[in-house]
Design a protein around this ligand. Structure first.
Ligand code: NI
Length: 177
């Protein structure tokens, strides 16, 4: 396993659409090894998630994991390690949630984003098995943030009020509440 370089905002690959992966390709040593590296990279960076685009691969794979006491996101509820391949999101009702987001590809910046608060995500796991998960609140936000990466979007695109943008230090000092 290896940790991969995480691309930073401005890199064109972060703005490209990732391609679906079929189950034969997914089963290959190449992509299984890539998934191991994606997990290792996410954990080394204390990320709550990491998408393939962020490490320079345009395939629809992302990882999500929130361990208790993540230093970047102490407020998030735990999410067990989940690999999502070809994920599809569906909003389950009209409820929304506004929260501060940050991203490993956007250094030292957070901002408020409004997203669906109740979603279902359908995806293949790393073994190619179809899975479905329902998520609410901050967990729903995490899935939407990662899936956006696969469509070349960053949370910055969804910051409705740019005056909410803040460094992490000023978030702790003024906005955590
Ligand atoms: Ni991100």
């Amino acid at each position: 396993m290896a940790t991969l370089d995480i691309l930073q905002v401005g890199h064109p690959t972060l703005r490209e659409q990732a391609q679906s992966l079929d189950t034969d390709a997914l089963a290959s040593e190449h992509w299984q090894g890539f998934i191991d590296d994606l997990i290792e990279t996410m954990r080394a960076a204390n990320g709550a998630g990491l998408a393939a685009n962020q490490v320079g691969q345009l395939v629809r794979i992302c990882a999500v994991e929130v361990q208790a006491n993540n230093p970047r996101y102490p407020e998030k509820e735990p999410i067990p390690l989940t690999i999502l391949v070809n994920p599809v999101l569906t909003a389950l009702d009209a409820s929304t949630l506004t929260s501060y987001e940050g991203c490993l590809s956007v250094p030292n910046l957070r901002g408020q984003v409004t997203r669906n608060a109740h979603i279902r995500v359908d995806y293949l796991d790393r073994d190619g098995q179809p899975q479905s998960r329902i998520a609410q609140g901050i967990q729903a936000v995490t899935y939407q943030h990662e899936c956006d990466h696969l469509d070349g979007k960053l949370f910055l695109d969804n910051v409705g009020d740019p005056t909410t943008l803040t460094t992490w230090e000023n978030f702790e000092r003024h906005h955590r509440r």
